[in-house]
Structures are given as structure tokens and as C-alpha cells.
Ligand binder design. Sequence first.
Ligand code: IDP
Ligand code: MG
Length: 236
Amino acid sequence: MEALAAFGGVASTSSSLGRFTAKTTGDSYYTQNPISRFSRKPHLSAFPSNSQLFSLNPSHSNVKTLIRRSSTKPGIFLPHLVASLEQIEETYIMVKPDGVQRGFVGEIISRFEKKGFKLKGLKLFQCSKELAEEHYKDLKEKPFFPKLVDYITSGPVVCMAWEGVGVVASARKLIGSTNPLQAEPGTIRGDLAVQTGRNIVHGSDSPENGKREIALWFKEGELVEWTPAQAPWLRE
Ligand code: IDP
Ligand code: MG
């Protein structure tokens, strides 16, 4: 059986259900058998949590129907196909101090708004050294780490939580390569920056990190659940 699953604009095919690959732009993550992960229960990384998978927005009745029908016929239950239809993710986007100082806050927010993603959290914030170190802990051993922490704490940042189908990989595409000179024209870094150490914007590199970073930068009560009026015009 030939199955196709699209993940944030990156499609991968599999010749059987035994192998499945998904990639985000920039950093790659997870290669797993989706069925075994699904049946193991703990966490289908395509979804925020298993509970959310089964408590979808009532307006997405087509997906509920698909889950219900498929569940009665285990032989044709294809959870990764359901995932490709309904892969709502969250990502942490941050306008870095140089982006704020250069007056790009509105421009950067606008790119994500225009694309059709949903803003769930937004604040101007002065980041502490401890928070910057925790946020970038994976880069702790890099020679540029101290300068990176100085850069991120050098002035206010704008913290954002965005939600949408495939938002993690799509946001990375909108942002462009880490080195702005290699970023494509049309991307935020490609259009507005020249140096890696001043690349004006951050975007999470996986759905897991999107959740981790949103929890790190936002306190309870700072995120808003809402339904944009344009929702029916964005998704069929
Ligand atoms: P990303 O922001 O595109 O995900 P990462 O490799 O995760 O890139 O690096 C995090 C941030 O660290 C970069 O956005 C950039 O600000 C900074 N950085 C990465 N590599 C260098 C470097 O070689 N020199 C200076 N700063 C760097
Ligand atoms: Mg990164």
C-alpha cells in the first residue's frame, strides 16, 4: 500500500506502513513507525497530546467521522493520514532585540498573520540571563554561547505563541536560514538581516520544542484560546 503524508509542506512517501519519515525545515526530527507509536499511547508527536486528538474542535466533524469509521475497521485505520489532516501544532516565535530596535515587530507579526496562523500569546519582555541560558541550553557548548546570551538579553524581545496546522515547519520557512546571507529572499531573515549573530527572529525547530519554549516564556493565563473569524476561510 502506498501512503502519502504531508508534514508542514514536506511530504514523504512510504512503500509500506512500517516506515515513516517527517522532517521540519532546518533541523530534522523523529523517524518512527506511527502505528506502533499510536498504539503505545504515551505521545504521538504529531499532536500536542493524545487527549487533544480525541477532543478535536466540533467544527472538524469530518475528521471525527474518519476516526470513528476507521476505528471500527482496524485493518484500514491509518493514524498518520488522520495526522496529516489535523496536525495542529504550536510554535514559539520571538522578535530578538535587534528586530525590536530596528522597528520590525509589526512586519514580523504581519508575516505570520498574513499566512493564516493564529496568535495565542504576545508580549514585550526583558529576558533574564537565566531564561536566555535555559532557552538556548542545547547550544551551551558552542563558542558563541556567551555572546548569544548577551545578545538576547541586550534589550526587549517580543514573545509570541502561534498555532496552526504545520505551523512549526512553515514558520521556519517563513523565517529562513539561520545565516541571513543564505536565507532566501522573501523570508524574514533573507529580506531584513545580514548576520547570523543578528538574525532578528527565533522560531522553534520541532513541535516538542514549540511546547517547551511556549511553557518557558509564557506564564499561565498569558495564552488565549479563541476562534478567529477567518477560520472557515482558511480551511475547508
Ligand atoms: P536557528 O535560530 O535558526 O534555529 P540555531 O542553530 O538554533 O539557529 O542557533 C540559535 C541562534 O544562535 C541563532 O539564531 C543565532 O542567533 C545564534 N547563532 C547560531 N550560530 C551562530 C554563530 O555561528 N555565531 C553567532 N551566533 C550564532
Ligand atoms: Mg534553533
